[in-house]
Design a protein around this ligand. Structure first.
Ligand code: UDX
Ligand code: UDX
Length: 458
């Protein structure tokens, strides 16, 4: 049944959720206190790169099923169901910062004129939903308003797909009626075959945090195994394939790389550790996920330094600034750590990313590097190449063309996206993550040696 839904927060989660709900057929009012963002959204401009979102948003605007406003009071009054999808970033020390959530709850309490269902989408520490519900019961005359926690599991780059094809719908509510209303919001667009888990709000909060902690731990473990694999001459891609054949482990999320980035894993792992501390639980195993992951981000630069002997004076092309492919988000990207290391050790860096360049330039203030419009400009006359993001266009790099563009022959392929044997036939020495170095064929082997001599003589 179509509902009038208000979504507060038009970030990576709020905007996708609002557009998705409008796509299902609901009448959606999307609210944001960033007036510039609302102005852009009204023109059909999406404030970040998310494949498929712009078209869906324009369809919803054309159909008159989505409205954007900064008037949160009116939006609260008009919505039957109110989704909260504002930011819950890490505060100092890793604790989840709930100031945006609390500000929105203030607005809801001030403007609630009838019983409504409040659905929290933002990731909040265990116990938050219950605390908000208790506050609303204490401060509101409409005490039968319900507060439900309905976590999102959207991945950047596939968020629109993930909205319509979730692995599960989790509804944390102590009211069966409210849970049913929230569940029905997703039908008929989302298949009734998708499992729905009704549970308490605090269990739903644990599901959200627990999912991200489990996913983050897999990556930290496979990357640590990759380091061992390099030391013993193994191939982590083969090892991951074999590990993943165990149905209890599964094949997904076992790709070794430069460490996980993004706005969620780091934030949510730190957040659950703090929640543990608050409740007197020492999450010591979970605590190692972040330290392990942080140490992995620098490794591509260190491996290049070991291979070349020194980074001083080297021209290094860095392909990939986004924390993963198909997004322009650079939050937590290994590019910050790698470019820092290269610059600090005397390399000259030319970077490229199909979508994330402008966000990286805003965030990364240090001198000593430049961003190139085209990857060919970064690669031209480069002594070495480091690949950090698994963009499709980097997978399509051709060895012959690359050997004509670059001056040196060393590639650190931190995402294992190239065919190292093939590239070695064109004179390249390739170093993957968790794999043996594949050295260049003899005929071109000397390129780096000549280069070494040239640099030393300068
Ligand atoms: C958010 C949470 O940070 C994350 O924990 C959760 O997993 C998903 O939802 P995200 O959508 O990336 O993630 O947040 P962000 O991109 O920061 O967008 C939040 C939006 O809310 C911003 O556009 C901000 O302007 C807006 N906002 C914030 C309001 O409209 N009102 C407020 O009071 C505060
Ligand atoms: C993650 C969760 O997947 C999603 O369910 C949650 O709602 C938000 O956080 P996101 O961070 O957008 O989504 O992307 P994801 O695809 O999970 O990748 C996170 C990081 O892990 C990226 O840096 C990615 O490159 C890395 N990764 C992922 C690996 O290094 N190896 C893998 O096998 C998978």
């Amino acid at each position: 049944m179509k509902k009038k839904i208000t979504v507060i927060g038009t970030g990576y989660v709020g905007l996708v959720s609002a557009v998705g709900l409008a796509g299902i057929g609901h009448e959606v009012t999307a609210v944001d206190n960033n007036k510039t963002r609302i102005k852009d959204l009204k023109k059909g401009w999406v404030p970040f790169y998310e494949p498929g979102l712009k078209k869906k948003m324009k369809d919803a605007l054309r159909a008159g099923r989505i409205h954007f406003t900064s008037e949160s009071d009116l939006a609260v009054q008009s919505g039957e169901i109110i989704f909260i999808a504002v930011g819950t970033p890490s505060a100092a020390g890793g604790k989840a910062d709930l100031s945006q959530i609390n500000a929105v709850v203030d607005v809801i309490i001030e403007n609630l004129e009838s019983s409504k269902i409040i659905v929290i989408k933002s990731t909040v520490p265990p116990g938050t939903t219950d605390a908000i519900r208790e506050r609303m019961s204490a401060e509101l005359e409409y005490t039968d308003s319900d507060v439900v926690f309905c976590p999102e599991f959207l991945r950047e780059g596939t968020a629109v797909h993930d909205f319509f094809h979730p692995d599960r719908i989790v509804i944390g509510s102590d009211s069966k009626q409210a849970a049913r209303i929230v569940e029905n919001v997703f039908y008929p667009a989302i298949s009734r075959d998708i499992p729905v888990l009704n549970c308490s709000p605090v269990s739903a909060e644990l599901i959200k945090y627990g999912s991200n902690v489990m996913l983050a731990s897999r990556i930290a473990v496979i990357n640590e195994l990759a380091e061992l694999s390099e030391a013993v001459g193994g191939d982590i891609c083969q090892a991951a394939a074999g590990i993943g054949l165990d149905k209890r482990i599964g094949k997904d999320f076992l790709k070794a790389g430069p460490g996980f980035g993004g706005s969620c894993f780091g934030k949510d792992v730190a957040g659950i550790i703090k929640a543990g501390e608050y409740h007197g639980v020492n999450m010591q195993l979970v605590s190692t996920i972040l330290t392990t992951n942080d140490s992995q981000k620098m490794r591509p630069a260190r491996r290049l330094e070991t291979e070349l002997g020194s980074l001083k004076g080297r021209k290094v092309a860095v392909l990939g600034l986004a924390f993963k492919a198909d997004t322009d988000d650079v939050r937590g990207s290994a590019a910050f750590d790698v470019i820092d290391y290269l610059i600090e050790n005397g390399a000259q860096v030319k970077a490229h990313d199909p979508e994330a360049e402008y966000r990286f330039i805003i965030e990364y203030k240090k001198k000593g590097y430049s961003c190139c419009e085209k990857k060919e400009d970064a690669l031209s006359k480069a002594d070495a190449l480091i690949i950090l993001t698994d963009w499709e266009e980097y997978k399509e790099l051709e060895p012959e063309k690359l050997s004509q563009m670059m001056r040196g022959n060393t590639i650190v392929d931190s995402r294992n996206i190239l065919d190292h044997e093939l590239f070695s036939q064109y004179g390249f020495t390739c170093m993957g993550t968790g794999r043996r170095t594949v050295s260049s064929s003899v005929k071109n082997r000397g390129r780096n040696d000549l280069l070494n001599a040239a640099i030393v003589s300068v």
